[in-house]
Design a protein around this ligand. Structure first.
Ligand code: G4P
Length: 288
């Protein structure tokens, strides 16, 4: 789904989420475990404020498990709870209510001390397009409830979905815009398929990804594309383009005159990355 985010859309999306926050106990912030920073909304802290937050690193099936553990620790250090999940298969999803309860333990204990019977916790899923919000809602609900193709600024009647545990979920997720101001975040999002390829040149995306992957995942590239003399660093676009050319030659991505078709070669690399054929890869690490 491609959404054109204009300033008006962003303001409306932010306001809608702020309205929903009044109804809930806990925010489930869904991010992509392969690009945990780039797939976060740039204003998320301001929007969510002090509401308890469980950061869900989704698509963990495609991400590097060691790096996912580092990211989870990073989010915990920021004062949130964190959980790696795969909403498609359901891995980790059953742990969400328990983690949410942990976050709200003090509040629940206060209610119990006052003799109140704790009611089910109420949660809202927020995240950028394509991060897996509908998949997760359907998974938690155990049936098809989330309308994929939701647009920012379009509301429908809100309903609570019972998840079969002590957690109720608003059926309409909060759709947030991704980071636009940082071109590298854009490349990372395009590489994972969160931003449509037409927005950026696919060969630029591929060159950037090769530069990111060479130092940490060089062996994977060497093995898959027979790149015996891949350098440990690709310091500039030119050196990355040479590797892309080698991949294209290897894979028979040729244009007229025996020249490599860079777009086709980029398509091969990005398809392999997205489908997990290059293994489980995480394209960024926390800054600190
Ligand atoms: P959204 O509501 O946040 O916009 O995202 P949505 O649930 O529509 O999911 C976007 C894509 O991500 C879907 O793939 C979905 O299957 C996939 N996805 C969601 N969670 C996971 C996960 O944990 N692991 C993996 N590997 N994929 C996940 P699609 O190609 O758009 O559709 P389809 O392949 O399901 O038909």
């Amino acid at each position: 789904m491609t959404i054109q985010w204009f300033p008006g859309h962003m303001t409306r999306a932010k306001r809608q989420i702020e309205d929903k926050l009044k109804l809930i106990d806990v925010v489930l912030e869904l991010i992509d475990a392969r690009v945990p920073q780039s797939s976060r909304n740039p204003m998320i802290d301001e929007i969510v404020g002090s509401k308890p937050r469980l950061v869900l690193l989704n698509k963990a099936d495609l991400a590097d498990p060691e790096r996912t553990a580092v990211w989870s620790a990073h989010f915990r250090a920021l004062g949130h709870e964190a959980l790696a999940i795969d909403a498609s298969s359901g891995t980790g999803v059953k742990d969400i209510p328990g983690k949410a309860r942990e976050l709200l333990r003090a509040k629940i204990e206060r209610q119990l001390a006052k003799g109140m019977k704790p009611r089910p916790l109420r949660a809202l899923i927020v995240g950028i397009p394509n991060v897996g919000k509908s998949t997760l809602i359907n998974r938690l609900a155990g049936r098809n409830v989330a309308a994929t193709g939701d647009r920012p600024g379009v509301t429908k009647g809100q309903q609570w979905i019972r998840t079969g545990s002590e957690l109720e979920l608003l059926d309409t997720p909060g759709i947030l815009w991704p980071k636009f101001e940082d071109p590298e975040a854009g490349y990372r999002l395009a590489a994972t398929g969160a931003i449509k390829e037409e927005v950026l040149h696919i060969d630029d995306v591929a060159c950037f990804i090769l530069q990111v992957m060479a130092p940490e995942y060089g062996n994977v590239l060497k093995e898959r594309y027979g790149l015996t003399d891949l350098p440990e660093e690709l310091p500039d676009t030119q050196s990355a383009a040479e590797v892309l050319e080698a991949i294209g030659r290897r894979r028979g991505c040729l244009a007229g005159g025996g020249h490599v078709d860079y777009e086709k070669a980029a398509g091969v690399l990005l398809r392999d990355l997205r489908s997990g054929k290059l293994g489980r890869i995480t394209l960024e690490m926390p800054d600190n």
